[in-house]
Write a protein that binds this ligand. Structure first.
Ligand SMILES: Cc1ncc(COP(=O)(O)O)c(C=O)c1O
Length: 368
């Protein structure tokens, strides 16, 4: 055991960091980004706003990011049809930081969260980082959730925090709002609905359930549909008391002046940026049809990625695709892989690489 291992918290010993491979390959379909770069008019506007903000970099940023939160509240209100005001919105460096702040305030040692797996791996990992217990509950066959069954599990385990994810990463499955409402009724603690992929879904947002539900939190991000993953901006909508609680644990000035200015620029161009969503969904549907035509199992997706299988050895299929210049994600579910919807050219490259790989594997098997 090294000197550092001896000093490390025992519950962190032997753990691996979050690590989606960042490899330099031609076709990268492994982290669910929007493949379309920001439009030139947004880049120009953002550069101008960041330049103006830079003149005040000797000063700390607005600690409460009020102007940005107000823009986010307007965006969410328009998008979901549910009026949301600035006191209900909080922002941070990516929705991962929002989730961390939630667990710092409402989780921690002696407390536990509950999630329905397979789901976004960072829910459990952020629990580890904040010393929160994590109870992993299974999803139904087909990866969905039923209101009564989910509520039963939540009532039985009485977690301090419940994570729901809709559409769910890595399965793409969206939740009916009845599931959220039933889980909320059954829960004694916070219910967090992670809607990182909300803009890709045709279902109504859980934001519409906020009125009268003080313990409900909806987290969102600009990393996916908004094509702003590099900008690092996540946010939540909840009761003002939840926002006040997060202000107890956030680091002062956590969102830089530059981040705030850049995110406001991106929000000002929301219609142009979000116009790419339909194209991405078109490629997702091509992926689904193409893979089903190859005889594969594909889970119906409401997001910008698709879970597909089933492979005897998904790691070998992952490597075979990488050898052909296509990076997808092995999320650790035996037999399954996840692919992000990219551009038309990327979809074609992926489907070609996959069918070639399947053909080679069949030939090898015959020869064996
Ligand atoms: C379900 C889900 N939630 C949250 C995030 C975190 O996104 P970010 O921190 O970039 O906002 C991701 C990223 O992949 C995700 O898939």
């Amino acid at each position: 055991m090294s000197q550092i291992d001896k000093l490390l918290r025992e519950d962190l010993l032997g753990r691996s960091p979050y690590g989606a491979p960042q490899l330099d390959v031609a076709v990268r379909l492994n982290t669910n980004e929007n493949p379309h770069p920001p439009p030139p008019q947004l880049v120009a506007d953002l550069a101008a706003r960041v330049a103006a903000a830079a003149e005040n970099l000797n000063r700390y940023p607005d600690r409460d990011a009020v102007a940005l939160r107000s823009d986010l509240a307007d965006y969410l209100s328009a998008r979901t049809g549910q009026p949301v005001d600035v006191r209900q919105v909080w922002a941070a460096n990516g929705s991962n930081e929002i989730l961390q702040q939630l667990l710092q305030a409402f989780g921690g040692p002696g407390r536990h969260a509950l999630g329905f797996d397979p789901t976004y791996s960072m829910h459990a990992l952020i629990c580890v980082g904040t010393g929160t217990g994590y109870l992993s509950m299974p999803r139904l066959p087909g990866f969905g959730l039923e209101p009564e069954a989910a509520a039963l599990v939540v009532r039985e385990h009485a977690p301090d925090v419940v994570f729901l994810c809709s559409p769910n990463n890595p399965t793409g499955t969206a939740l009916d709002l009845e599931v959220v409402a039933a889980v909320y009724e059954a829960a004694r603690g916070l219910v967090v609905v992670d809607e990182a992929y909300g803009e890709f879904s045709t279902r109504p947002s859980a934001v519409t359930l906020l009125p009268g539900r003080e313990r409900l939190v909806v987290t969102r991000t600009m990393s996916k549909a908004f094509a702003f993953a590099g900008g690092r901006l996540g946010y939540l909508a909840a009761a003002p008391d939840v926002v006040a609680a997060l202000q107890l644990v956030r680091l002062p000035y956590h969102l830089s002046t530059l981040s705030q200015a850049a995110a406001r620029a991106a929000l000002a161009h929301a219609p142009e940026v979000l116009a790419t969503v339909e194209a991405v969904k078109g490629q997702r549907d091509r992926l689904v049809d193409g893979m089903r035509a190859l005889g594969l199992e594909v889970v119906d997706s409401d997001a910008n990625f698709v879970l597909f299988g089933e492979f005897g050895d998904q790691a070998a299929t992952w490597q075979g695709l990488l050898d052909r210049g296509v990076l997808v994600r092995d999320v650790g579910i035996r037999g399954w892989l996840r692919v992000t919807a990219g551009t038309e050219v990327e979809t074609t490259a992926f489907l070609d690489a996959l069918s070639e790989g399947l053909r080679d594997a069949a030939t090898n098997q015959r020869g064996a």
